[in-house]
Unconditional design. Sequence first.
Length: 201
Amino acid sequence: MYITCLDLEGVLVPEIWIAFAEASGIPELKRTTRDEPDYDKLMNWRLGILKEHGLGLKEIQETIEKIDPLPGAKEFLDKLRDLGQVIIISDTFTQFAKPLMKKLGWPTIFCNSLEVAPDGEITGFHMRIEKSKYTTVKALQSIGFETIASGDSYNDLGMIKASKAGFLFRSTEQIKKDNPGIAALETYDELFTAIKRAMEE
């Protein structure tokens, strides 16, 4: 039995922090896990910038409401869910994900949570578990599932390498260069075909 594990941002929806950087006019917030492998460092840096500019959860959620899935993402996900179970494993937060899950037809997502003060300031974040993507696929394997994984960033490499089959999707040239053994795909049709083939092997 297979479970396909997908990253969210960059794979099914645009990067939330890039969209917010553009909406808020703060270009530094464009930095993502494609640029910074250390997620804790990245998030603490982001929270510092938000505090400096007096921005909180409300402003980010207003941007997220306007974000649509990437073209073809919902159709791809629907087709994939016909083949078997799909879980989105993301380092985003429940407070960010809900409007996007609605637009994707409510797939299952495992993600993290933010600590938010009564005035809406984001004061911290709570990671579900350390190395959550890798740990989750190993846990699924421990209860009898084979996993197939795909993502675009440094924080996806653990789950991709630990799975029976794994694919980079629309990743950076640097990540592709550093991981020549992982197939790098650019379209949903290619990714669907590769996942289906892996299930049939």
